[in-house]
Design a protein around this ligand. Structure first.
Ligand SMILES: [Zn+2]
Length: 482
């Protein structure tokens, strides 16, 4: 039996506009008291009319440009009809017949191989309100009703949970670079729903298992776990029945975080059930080439281009470049530290400080980088001090962390902590004599076996609190020991 998973992802991102998609209520609902940002339009009161927010169309187009997609210039909104207490109008304003975006492409790197994931379409829509189930009652908070979303639907080009996770991270990275969404899964501003089925070759016949869409996913690792669970479940089911069911019969399953299993929610649901029709309260609209051109000019340098530039201009490795561009603010801080037209050695040195010290510190503290604490002059100072032999590269690492944490300048940190490298021969001789006096046994060993000098050098470095120039120290010890 040969099994190939066929995986697609539907990703909702919340667009970071100031006001909602079709009314002027604030979108600042997170952590606000329930039902504080509502109006007749987003409460679905009779007679209230929606007005599209120009910003959602702008942000949608920016996304389209970043993934080389086709922008449908003649477009409109549609009504998606269904009943639920958190949907007072009885329909959601979405796009079905003419999504704003079609046929995009995202490149991901899986095991150092480049892979393309096609984007089938992406469309604008409004979010529903939030139901809160409490002690046998259901309460509804309308702050979230009408929050703008961009739903990005991939083609089923993904073959494993690992690829799915990398693709979702890539979308997250892109929308953050574009500054169109916070894309924070924990806070609900990004939601990931995988669709999974299998292509199975068995006894020269090919079967497809029915398509499953998984909902209620709260993190990227949950998405990966749900995909792996579905691959296993669908394989087992096929083994039992060995029968092909209609693969187009889509079922919706929920992800149970506690049991780490999916469970059936709805069967056989298709777009016909939603009775889509064009939204009569919003006119059809067209997008001009000038409008698209003006947005094209505002596109920032995107992660793929940044990575390629770091490799070419700064001769950094693929691995280092990818780590530096992972987070937009980290990349911008790195560029701030480099200044204009940096030398390659300086770029390599600075990259090492960012990846080996600053990023490590941020990971440990779960903080995001504060670009204001990054100053080019601190990095150039430490670089030349290392080049001159005034400090060791280990000291440079300790100092930059201290600079970042305390905002002090590197000169004063080196001075007050006495971190300058001792290259003064007389001073080193004094230290070496002390070490020889204190360690008679090691000195005897060393006379028999010159390779054991390492211990004495170690002692000397310790005595100098790491500030002795290790090469000079070795030379002087050798000389004194004859
Ligand atoms: Zn409103």
């Amino acid at each position: 039996m040969n099994i190939t998973p066929i995986i697609g992802l539907e990703i909702h991102i919340q667009l970071n506009t100031k006001t909602k998609a079709f009314c002027s209520c604030s979108t600042d609902y997170f952590k606000s008291p329930p039902n504080t940002y509502t109006c007749p339009a987003c409460l679905g009161l009779p007679g209230a009319l929606p007005v599209p927010n120009r910003q959602i169309i702008k942000k949608g187009i920016l996304f389209a440009l970043s993934v080389n997609a086709t922008i449908q210039k003649e477009t409109h909104f549609d009504r998606k009809n269904y009943f639920y207490p958190d949907l007072p109008k009885g329909y959601q304003i979405s796009q079905f017949y003419k999504p704003l975006i079609k046929d995009g492409l995202v490149k991901i790197t899986v095991n150092e191989q480049e892979k393309e994931v096609r984007i089938a379409e992406a469309h604008l829509e409004e979010d529903a309100a939030k139901s809160i189930h409490q002690r046998g009652h259901t309460l509804v908070d309308f702050n979230k009703a009408g929050i703008p979303l961009l739903e990005i639907v991939s083609e089923p080009d993904i073959a494993s949970s690992k690829e799915a996770k990398i693709y979702a991270q890539k979308i997250q990275q892109l929308v953050r670079y574009l500054d169109i969404s916070d894309a924070n899964i924990e806070e609900g501003s990004m939601r990931v729903e995988p669709t999974v089925n299998l292509k199975i070759k068995d006894n020269k016949k090919t079967y497809y298992t029915p398509l499953v869409e998984v909902k209620n996913i709260a993190s990227l690792s949950a998405a990966a776990a749900a995909i792996d669970y579905e691959i296993e479940r669908q394989t087992d089911e096929f083994r039992k029945t060995k029968q092909e069911k209609n693969p187009k019969n889509k079922t919706t399953r929920g992800w149970d975080m506690d049991t780490k299993k999916t469970f059936l929610q709805r069967e056989k649901e298709g777009s016909a059930d939603y009775r889509y029709f064009p939204e009569p309260d919003i006119p059809h609209f067209s997008i001009s080439d000038d409008f698209i051109d003006s947005l094209q000019k505002t596109l920032p340098e995107l992660p793929d281009a940044k990575m390629a530039r770091y490799q070419k201009e700064l001769t950094l490795s693929i691995y280092d470049s990818s780590l530096l561009v992972e987070d937009k603010d980290l990349a911008l801080s790195f560029e701030k530290a480099l200044g204009e037209k940096p030398q390659k050695d300086f770029a390599k040195f600075t990259a090492n400080l960012f990846l080996g010290v600053i990023k490590k510190h941020l990971n440990e503290t779960q903080e995001t980088i504060d670009i204001k604490r990054i100053k080019e002059k601190d990095f150039t100072y430490l670089f030349s001090a290392t080049q001159n032999g005034d400090i060791s590269s280990t000291v440079a690492k300790d100092v930059i962390l201290e600079v970042y944490k305390t905002k002090k300048d590197p000169q004063s940190i080196i001075k007050t902590k006495g971190l300058s490298q001792i290259s003064d021969t007389k001073e080193l001789e004094k230290l070496a004599q002390q070490i020889i006096k204190d360690n008679p046994k090691a000195v005897e060993d060393c006379k028999k076996n010159p390779n054991s000098i390492g211990f004495l050098i170690g002692q000397l470095m310790k005595l100098s609190k790491g500030s002795a120039n290790p090469q000079l120290a070795q030379e002087i010890l050798k000389k004194l020991l004859g």
